[in-house]
Design a protein around this ligand. Structure first.
Ligand SMILES: Cc1cc2nc3c(=O)[nH]c(=O)nc-3n(C[C@H](O)[C@H](O)[C@H](O)COP(=O)(O)OP(=O)(O)OC[C@H]3O[C@@H](n4cnc5c(N)ncnc54)[C@H](O)[C@@H]3O)c2cc1C
Length: 479
């Protein structure tokens, strides 16, 4: 039996919407922060090429709760939103709910809130979730089998994780992506790829120690096993991309992509080495990128790291794909003062500089030659999403590299922002991160979502959400 701690994105999204909204109201210049250590020449050429407004206009009026997005949900889901709103009315109520949550039987949870945040327990259920997302204009997913062991849990079965993940690529992602390509009526290069999140701690026993000590002889075999397991999945993805490219030669972007998740700081050296070995194997020049790694831009060394990854790719003749996140482990990072940017603004500037740099590299090249070949802007921050959208929209609609940039948010989180991107800004390349897997683990995932919602009590949760869901429900009943 799998004993597992769920959600790779762990303390994730701690900062969430509340900070996003605060950030929107104090928008500063999109600067090329000194932390982002690209050459002065390149940096100046950026600024020249991106000479837009010095500040970004907010994507929408972030201080006002716009409930339009709720119309997309079923009646039962509106009831779930009301419940989430009640649980997040204020901190004491939320804390009580968090305490009681572990004792609530799974069938009750499944009936009440499960579908908002989770893609399902089985492959069939995840497929249905994908179809529902398509109805909302969300043209692909990043699926994640939520089994991991970053805190030293040794009861995982890496082989099971590998085979289930391969199965999910073949039975969910590929058919889903092809169905969108065939049925959406959109240009083939405007459809985002299907992504599968790969958690490095799921690929060997005792993974935390292995990743921390990947270069010590004692852990060599275990690290090689971890790399081999991740490679097996990436090979499935790489082969699928090769075969599908023959079927659809006009597509520039990959059809499916493996995404390596980032972990806590002390595990990252092993994760970076894993990413590099996978890039070398599966991201040759002149081909779309099949493997995307993750960089946490809250790390003060992340700009240098991005430069280093690009240089390594150039020197060794491969391509890199990047998922840029701000970073989920700020609250648990022991050495926070030394490894994480001093302020949220520094992180924001660094993040925005990073996505600008990657998007520009990608859009400037339509022949699959640039060292940075693919970007996932994984964020709920309305300003970063607006920046990415503006940069992509500045390029010609005919630019076939557009599908190499995509925006990702978690299922059930920042739904109003996702809605605005699609309906108001006509963004095509949006995906949702869809966790799926055994119900026991899903319960832990849901608990985390509840905890994270606490940070947003005053924004799009709490009373405004209760009122909005109730009004939408009533208008539906009495329409
Ligand atoms: C699709 C997807 C995949 C993800 N994958 C990963 C992953 O693999 N690994 C991972 O670690 N995270 C991952 N995350 C989570 C991500 O790192 C963020 O925690 C989360 O998205 C919140 O940041 P934001 O960009 O949405 O924006 P915001 O809500 O504007 O930013 C919040 C973030 O800012 C940073 N921050 C907050 N306060 C400060 C401060 N005082 N000083 C410096 N920095 C500060 C923190 O990183 C915090 O999480 C993922 C998120 C998504 C949507």
């Amino acid at each position: 039996m799998l004993s597992v701690r769920l959600i790779p994105l762990a303390p994730l999204l701690k900062a969430n919407l509340k900070q996003s909204l605060q950030a929107s109201s104090r928008l500063g210049p999109i600067t090329f922060s000194r932390q982002f250590n690209i050459s002065t020449k390149k940096r100046n050429s950026y600024i020249a090429n991106n000479a837009g407004p010095a500040t970004l206009a907010p994507m929408n009026d972030a201080t006002k709760f716009d409930s339009t997005f709720l119309k997309q949900f079923k009646t039962s889901e509106l009831v779930s939103f009301m419940l989430i709103g009640i649980c997040t009315l204020n901190k004491p109520i939320l804390n009580l709910c968090i305490k009681l949550f572990p004792y609530v039987p799974m069938p009750v949870i499944k009936a009440l809130v499960y579908k908002i945040y989770c893609g399902g327990e089985t492959i069939e259920e995840v497929k249905t979730t994908g179809e529902r997302l398509t109805e909302r204009g969300i043209n692909n997913m990043m699926i994640s089998l939520t089994i991991e062991a970053c805190n030293g849990n040794d009861n995982i079965d890496p082989q099971y994780i590998v085979s289930e993940t391969q199965k999910s690529v073949e039975e969910i992602l590929i058919p889903h992506t092809l169905s969108i390509i065939e049925n959406s009526g959109k240009s083939i290069n405007s459809i985002p790829a299907g992504y599968v999140a790969l958690k490095p701690t799921g690929f060997t026993k005792n993974a935390a120690a292995v990743l921390k000590n990947f270069d010590s002889p004692e852990y060599k075999d275990s690290f090689d096993e971890l790399v081999a397991n991740a490679s097996a999945i990436c090979k499935t993805i790489f082969d699928a991309n090769k075969n599908l490219a023959k079927q659809y030669p006009e597509r520039t972007a990959p059809f499916v992509v493996g995404v390596i998740d980032a972990e806590k700081y002390d595990l990252q050296p092993g994760v970076y080495e894993l990413q590099r070995r996978l890039y070398k194997q599966f991201n040759p020049v002149n081909s779309p990128v099949s493997v995307v790694g993750t960089l946490q831009m809250y790390l003060s060394g992340s700009a240098d790291l991005l430069t280093k990854e690009e240089q390594l790719a150039k020197d060794q003749n491969y391509r890199v794909g990047m998922k840029l996140v701000r970073g989920a482990y700020i609250h648990s990072e022991k050495d926070r003062a030394n490894v994480i940017h001093k302020t949220k603004t520094d992180t924001d500037n660094n993040y925005n500089s990073g996505i600008t740099y990657c998007i520009k590299s990608i859009l400037d090249d339509q022949l699959n030659k640039s060292p940075i070949g693919h970007l996932v802007v994984a964020s709920h921050n309305a300003d970063s999403l607006k920046l990415a959208t503006d940069l992509v929209n500045k390029s010609s609609p005919e630019n076939s590299s557009r599908a190499n940039v995509c925006l990702g948010q978690l299922l059930g989180m920042a739904d109003s922002i996702t809605y605005d991107l699609i309906k108001k800004d006509n963004v095509e390349n949006v995906i949702k991160y869809v966790p799926w897997g055994p119900p026991l683990e899903t319960k832990e995932y849901l608990l985390r979502r509840l905890e994270e919602n606490g940070d947003a009590v005053k924004n799009d949760n709490g009373l405004p959400l209760v009122k909005a869901a109730f009004t939408t429900l009533m208008s539906r009943i009495f329409a």
